[in-house]
Write a protein of this length. Structure first.
Length: 69
């Protein structure tokens, strides 16, 4: 069996956020900064299962930083 897939291009490559402190990686993906949580395909190419896991972890980080237990 052979599976062919096209390359993933970040949607931010066409329209980058025009905020002075935001920088993108060499491939056009958003690395994230303290207080700004990037998740899923914004950060790097991922499949569906990995995206769900990454989003769950990012949500927990955001909650922890908001609550600061």
């Amino acid at each position: 069996m052979l599976v062919l897939a096209i390359g993933m291009v970040p949607s931010t490559a066409a329209e980058k956020i025009s905020y002075p402190h935001i920088k993108y990686g060499e491939n056009g993906f958003f690395p994230g900064y303290p207080g700004i949580y990037a998740t899923g395909c914004v950060k790097k190419p991922l499949d569906v299962a990995a995206t769900v896991q990454d989003a769950t972890g990012t949500a927990l980080k955001a909650i922890q930083s908001a609550v600061k237990i």
